[in-house]
Write a protein that binds this ligand. Structure first.
Ligand SMILES: Nc1ncnc2c1ncn2[C@@H]1O[C@H](COP(=O)(O)OP(=O)(O)OP(=O)(O)O)[C@@H](O)[C@H]1O
Ligand SMILES: [Mg+2]
Length: 472
């Protein structure tokens, strides 16, 4: 079912309101109509009953005036007179199964056919489309011992029934028209009432990715949906933010890919510009291979981050001995560190539930950063500490002081700090973003701070995943 002028599916709010309102109005009006009908019926019945009672009283008085059945004959006219001026009343007197006075009209047959009517009670009879109330008044003369008489009083109540019927029809029509009118009114009210919703829908309709930041007008929204509009606006803000970072990310990817691709092209073009020695070709290929490796690392890191973002990475929950992992990596980086006169010290113990490969990847990134960005001839310290609030692994190295907010900004993708130490390295700027992502996947977090000329990156794990306590 669809109502004209209402847009949308059958279950629109407007339609629901209209249907409920109309149903309610119809029910209410039907109730009132029925009540009025019932009241009128009772009143009419009361009136007819009063008529019957009054006439019965008159009949009893007449009978009491007559000494015996034998003297009934001359008095019959008085029974007939009861109905004078009342065309809807007729009387009859029966004595020993014979009519002494016959009731008028077809009601007589009906009385004859009804075997025996209850005494002094009103019996409804339907005769040729008319409704009658018939009352039998038996009378015995105590002194005479002769059989008594039955006086019949019949009242045609068709008029009352007609009035009631007409009233019923009028009431039904009134209910119908009233329901229709209230339906129309409800439709009008619903349309007026829901107009702000349509306005909001229209505003939302005009939203495009460029206009995501523009909030939906909350001032003119009705109180009931202000909360909804507020939530929508906050959702739009979050969407706009995600959109911005997505745009930034795409721009960064394009920008980061351009440099190695340019390098590859230029080196290849220069090499091909004239015939060269085999060694020169080999050297160019080697340099190209390095660029390609860098590109490959970038793509695989980006893939990892994208998968982590979309929740596509499943964590292995295994026991990871962080001390053993740190020791292994310290060995692995020893050569690079020694070349720069650095040394790596690992202290403390700690075992943790988590994904071994991912945690190794996080630790590799932190250590490679430390070796890469710490000045020559310094010590890189790795501290593992089991705390009640969860296991902590810190990688610290001397370095130029960096402001706290700048440090946290380094966790963003492609973020690099323009310091003397990082200027000449071939970093992409995805390492810390990956560590941050891995820590979040483990329910922990990556923190960074600079104290006393040292840069410290800490992996903080949640307490629940910690296994045992420090072995000391
Ligand atoms: N241990 C550290 N000491 C000093 N600066 C650091 C350290 N670790 C990271 N940084 C700074 O943070 C920046 C971001 O580091 P991140 O590991 O994210 O990227 P990257 O090392 O430049 O590149 P990638 O790790 O992707 O090869 C670095 O460029 C560097 O400026
Ligand atoms: Mg790095």
């Amino acid at each position: 079912m669809r109502l004209p002028g209402l847009q949308g599916e059958p279950t629109t709010l407007a339609l629901r309101l209209v249907v409920l309102f109309t149903l309610g109005a119809a029910l209410l009006m039907s109730g009132v109509g029925y009540w009025l009908y019932h009241a009128l019926k009772m009143q009419l019945d009361e009136r007819n009953l009063a008529e019957v009672r009054g006439k019965t009283e008159v009949i009893r008085h007449l009978l009491a005036d007559i000494p015996s059945a034998a003297e009934l004959g001359p008095q019959l006219q008085r029974f007939r007179d009861i109905s004078v001026g009342h065309p809807y009343i007729t009387t009859g007197v029966a004595h020993e199964g014979d009519w002494l006075l016959r009731p008028r009209g077809p009601v007589r047959q009906a009385i004859e056919q009804a075997a025996s009517l209850p005494a002094d009670a009103v019996t409804p009879l339907r005769v040729e489309g008319a409704d009658w109330w018939v009352s039998r008044i038996p009378y015995r003369w105590p002194q005479t011992g002769s059989p008594g008489v039955d006086v019949y009083l019949a009242v045609d109540i068709s008029e009352s029934r007609d009035i009631l019927h007409e009233h019923g029809l009028t009431a039904a029509l009134a209910v119908l028209l009233g329901s229709l009118a209230s339906g129309l009114w409800a439709f009008f009210v619903a349309r007026r009432g829901l107009a702000p919703l349509h306005a909001i829908a229209a505003e939302a309709e005009r939203m495009t990715s460029e206009r995501l930041g523009t909030a939906i007008d909350i001032q003119h929204a009705p109180g009931e949906i202000r909360g909804l509009v507020g939530s929508l606006n906050r959702m739009l803000e979050r969407l706009a933010e995600s959109f911005r970072s997505l745009e930034q990310f795409s721009a960064d990817i394009a920008h980061e890919l351009r440099t190695p691709l340019n390098n590859l092209m230029m080196q290849t073009q220069v090499t091909l510009s004239r015939p060269r020695l085999v060694e020169e070709y080999q050297e160019t290929l080697l340099r190209n291979l390095q660029e390609l490796e860098r590109l490959q690392r970038m793509v695989s890191d980006m893939l990892f981050l994208a998968r982590a973002d979309r929740g596509m990475l499943t964590l292995q929950q295994e026991e990871v001995d962080l001390r053993a992992e740190a020791d292994n990596l310290a060995d692995f980086f020893e050569l690079a560190a020694t070349e720069r006169g650095q040394c790596i010290v690992v202290r403390g113990e700690g075992r943790q539930l988590g994904d071994r490969l991912m945690l190794r990847r996080a630790l590799t990134n932190l250590l490679s950063n430390a070796v890469r960005y710490a000045p020559a001839d310094t010590t890189i310290e790795v501290d593992i500490e089991a705390k009640t609030e969860g296991l902590q692994l810190r990688v610290a190295n001397p370095g130029e002081p960096i402001a706290a907010e700048t440090l946290t900004r380094l966790f963003a993708r492609f973020a690099r700090h323009e310091s003397a130490s990082s200027r000449d390295t071939d970093g992409i700027g995805l390492g810390l973003a990956m560590v941050d992502s891995i820590m979040r996947l483990h329910g922990g977090l990556l923190a960074a701070h600079a104290v006393d000329g040292r840069i410290v990156f800490s992996l903080r794990f949640p307490p629940a995943a910690q296994i045992g306590s420090s072995k000391g």
